[in-house]
Design a protein around this ligand. Structure first.
Ligand code: PNW
Length: 473
């Protein structure tokens, strides 16, 4: 009979561009996602975040939902271009944007919900991209990012004690600058490595600023959120075992190794050569150790095979089909996601052993297949999502209680159905159903399931890593 520790943090996560809407209100400037969405073909259903879930206007309703779901934490992101519409350190601060986020934070605190604030969840001010190439320009972007962070620490730091610099820098650099499927839609084999490098520097100098000038008074913690899915070798051949190590270094080590250990992974250096920028000794001193915790998002596990031409994944082929033809788990609405709880337990163990930092799971969730139907009589029975959360919560419990991994918190993705980037509104990750015509919110059954997990502290009875006992809810 095992339980999560009583101080374990349960919450939900969202991101500004995916929920706020009000794209042309409140003094907000455009971001690279506004621009990217305008190009036909970039977003599957041709949509954008202009309205999204209208949370700019409905934030009180959203906070009430959080409260009703029994969570005590909320991870959301600030829109840089709502705070500094043109983005740069010489540009004016938009007091209306600052006031909006202060109201949201105050509403959370009034309801006993602790804010976890992400500074950057992909919506770079378009002005900075136009002016000097945005993330490609080290000299400018690092200073502008640090300045933006300083404004946020100053404006909100009396109320916020948990800061996350970037969300998923691999997605920013590789999906945005190599595959071109995310903003700004570049396809290059040099840019992703420059962008990754500059993201790391912007993160590190921001953490330095917080530690030097704010931490003593505000007493908060600050770190970064990476993304990683547990890689499983297709078979035990040396090529496929090595492929797993390469995939790990390219996707995780590229960011985690400099930040937690102080160097780029040798396997990445060997392949990328002089396309991978180098840190100066002075920069490295700031980069190494620049995260108070290990924040990460994870959704699935992957079967890895050597080969293919996908450089940013380390020349591996990624799938969910085992050598014997079976599937890892239940398939989601998006092809990259299948549920596989045992991989989550393995991953938590790996991260703790490798990086030795307390862990926050800053996103985890599931998009049920063809959930795009209006709820019948107000009931959304999202069984696959319930099974997913059941399995993943159990796997996490095993990691915490049986393996001793210090997982401090868990944020379900997501509070609401929302704008799922290149998938538009077709893919729904929320525990709350949103009718995009009326903006009516309907709690799905999964929200009630997770409520039991985090409020009632039910007792789980873990068996072996492949067997999970379902909670009765
Ligand atoms: C994360 N993939 O993105 C993001 O942090 C969220 O904003 C997003 O809504 C959520 O996961 C669900 O997708 C990902 O293609 C985007 O492997 C793409 C992938 C993974 C995560």
């Amino acid at each position: 009979m095992e339980k999560f520790p009583s101080d374990f943090v349960w919450g939900y996560a969202t991101a500004s561009y995916q929920i706020e809407g009000a794209a042309n209100e409140g003094g907000r400037g455009p971001s690279i996602w506004d621009t990217f969405c305008k190009v036909p073909g970039n977003i599957r259903d041709g949509s954008n975040g202009d309205i999204a879930t209208d949370s700019y206007h409905r934030y009180k309703e959203d906070v009430a939902l959080l409260k009703s779901y029994g969570v005590r934490a909320y991870r959301f992101s600030l829109s840089w271009s709502r705070i500094i519409p043109l983005g740069g350190r010489q540009d004016p601060v938009n007091q209306e944007g600052v006031a909006f986020y202060r109201s949201l934070i105050e509403e959370l605190l009034k309801n006993d919900i602790t804010p976890y604030v992400t500074l950057y969840h992909w919506d770079l001010p378009q002005g900075l991209h136009d002016r000097y190439g945005g993330w490609l320009n080290k000299e400018e972007i690092v200073q502008d990012y640090v300045n933006y962070a300083k404004i946020c620490f100053t404006a909100f730091g009396d109320l916020v004690q948990n800061w996350i610099t970037h969300n998923e820098p691999w997605c920013v650099s590789c999906l945005g600058y190599q595959k071109g499927v995310f903003a700004p839609g570049h396809k290059s084999n040099t840019e992703p490595w420059i962008v990754a490098h500059n993201l790391i520097l912007a993160h590190a100098f921001t953490v330095k600023l917080y530690r030097d000038d704010f931490k003593a008074v505000q007493k908060g913690q600050i770190g970064i959120t990476l993304d990683f899915h547990w890689p499983i070798p297709y078979d035990e051949t040396p090529e496929n075992v090595e492929a797993v190590k390469r995939a790990t270094d390219f996707k995780l080590g590229e960011f985690a190794d400099p930040i937690y250990k102080g160097y780029y992974p040798a396997r990445v250096k060997a392949v990328i050569g002089d396309r991978l920028p180098e840190f100066t000794a002075e920069e490295l001193a700031v980069v190494k150790g620049s995260s108070d915790f290990f924040g990460f998002n994870t959704y699935t596990s992957q079967i890895i095979q050597d080969g293919g031409d996908d450089e940013t994944n380390g020349y591996v082929k990624v799938g969910h089909t085992r050598a014997d033809g079976t599937q890892l788990g239940t398939e989601a609405h998006c092809s990259w996601l299948q549920s596989y709880p045992p991989g989550f337990r393995s991953l938590l163990n790996y991260l703790w052993k490798t990086y030795e930092k307390p862990i926050y799971v800053t996103e985890n969730g599931f998009a049920v297949k063809n959930e795009n139907v209006l709820p019948l009589e107000g009931v959304v029975l999202d069984t696959d999502r319930i099974d997913y959360f059941d399995g993943y919560a159990n796997a996490m419990l095993q990691a915490v209680v049986e393996d001793g991994v210090p997982v401090k918190g868990y944020f379900g993705w997501s509070l609401l159905d929302n704008f799922e980037w290149a998938d538009g509104y077709e893919t729904r990750f929320g525990v709350t159903y949103v009718d995009y015509k009326t903006q009516k919110r309907t709690p799905k059954q999964s929200s009630q399931f997770l409520k039991k997990v985090c409020v009632a502290h039910p007792v789980f009875v873990p068996l072996d890593p492949h067997t999970f006992i379902s909670l009765q809810w």
